[in-house]
Design a protein around this ligand. Structure first.
Ligand SMILES: CC(C)(COP(=O)(O)OP(=O)(O)OC[C@H]1O[C@@H](n2cnc3c(N)ncnc32)[C@H](O)[C@@H]1OP(=O)(O)O)[C@@H](O)C(=O)NCCC(=O)NCCS
Length: 327
């Protein structure tokens, strides 16, 4: 992937620690053994040492050197509960409830990041997106200046020439029905993320209409969001509302919107809602030959990412590098 070697170089200069919430999962163990061998990103596995060691032996992965932290015997557990109570003031009924919540691996791992024990977190090999993301929303929270956490996928179509095609698609995983202002934030965050992966962002606000060819509330929403994004970031190449063909096909763009500098060449796509986004990136992945990296969460105070439950060890390894490099 464009920029992937660069991410490894960043980590080699400044090695980080990444928490995996599902310490016994063979895919996590495979990725951990590769990371340990590479020596640029240290895995922290949540779980019982004897269970993790047994699972790694059974799966045939060497995880010697990995840090294993068991919530049931963690020496800073009381401190963790105190911090959680403070962060969730008024939202947690009792200390007992707080202790029960942070004992669960998804919350425990997130609290390790909050306490600075690790720099980043990758979960979701077995947890749902909501169960991986919710602790981050509650504990890590949005960065100053951001109102929402959103997500993008980096889509890579490998080319035999080595000149891979790299696109950014958002928000395909978190915000179900983003408002106009939320779409603006998603677009501006996506532009930043796209740049990290070597994309010079040309941002299309997608719709079933191209610059007024269709009518309706959803068309207005994308049109208005696009206008607001242009006003907020005049230096970025942004256009919309655009149909997908006008966004990516120069010939169609020439007919439908000849004056657009984005249409025909868009590489950063802002979808109107999670239905369109989630279906869209999966079509590119399953029928278009693109590898999908993400969802990459944007706007959080610390890098925390979610895996697809159908992921393999290679995907865990790649997502771990992406996540930690964002730290
Ligand atoms: C992200 C998501 C899990 C949050 O859902 P939830 O936990 O039910 O959300 P809640 O409304 O209960 O909010 C929980 C907390 O997160 C915060 N929050 C919710 N969405 C947020 C967002 N996009 N950005 C920042 N904070 C957010 C809420 O303010 C709330 O904070 P509080 O507890 O301090 O008051 C939900 O939007 C979702 O399910 N999205 C779709 C996930 C999915 O299925 N994706 C497809 C597969 S990839």
């Amino acid at each position: 992937m464009a920029g992937f070697g660069m991410l490894i170089d960043i980590l080699k200069k400044d090695p980080k620690k990444i928490v995996f919430t599902e310490g016994t999962d063979p895919r996590i163990l495979e990725a951990s053994s590769r990371l340990l061998a590479g020596n640029f990103l240290k895995p922290v596995l949540v779980g019982k040492p004897e269970e993790i060691e047994k699972a790694s032996e059974e799966a045939g992965y060497n995880i010697r050197g990995a840090e294993i932290i068991d919530p049931d015997s963690y020496d800073r557990f009381d401190e963790m509960v105190d911090l959680f109570m403070e962060l969730r003031k008024g939202k947690v009924a009792s200390r007992e409830d707080a202790a029960k919540t942070v004992r669960a691996a998804n919350y425990f791992g997130t609290m390790l990041v909050k306490m600075g024990v690790a720099d980043a977190l990758l979960g979701g090999a077995t947890y749902s997106t909501a169960d991986t993301v919710r602790p981050a929303l509650q504990v890590i929270k949005t960065k100053p200046g951001n109102k929402i956490v959103s997500s993008c996928f980096i889509m890579v179509r490998p080319a035999s020439t080595g000149d891979d095609e790299v696109l950014c698609m958002a928000d395909c995983a978190i915000n179900i029905k983003p408002s106009e202002d939320e779409l603006v934030e998603i677009a501006l965050e996506s532009a930043k993320c796209a740049k990290i992966f070597g994309i010079d962002p040309k941002i299309a606000f997608l719709s079933y209409s191209t610059l007024g060819s269709g009518k309706g509330e959803d068309v207005d929403k994308m049109h208005n969001a696009c206008a607001k994004a242009k006003a907020a970031a005049p230096d970025l190449a942004i256009d919309g509302e655009l149909q997908f063909d006008a966004a990516v096909a120069p010939r169609v763009a020439k007919t439908k919107c000849p004056d657009s500098t984005v249409a025909g060449y868009a590489n950063t796509f802002i979808f109107p809602d999670i239905n369109a986004g989630n279906i869209g990136y999966k079509i590119a992945q399953r029928l278009g030959g693109f590898d999908a990296y993400g969802p990459i969460l944007m706007g959080l105070n610390a890098p925390i990412n979610d895996l697809s439950r159908g992921c393999n060890g290679q995907e865990v390894y790649s997502m771990a590098i992406i996540t930690a490099a964002l730290a």
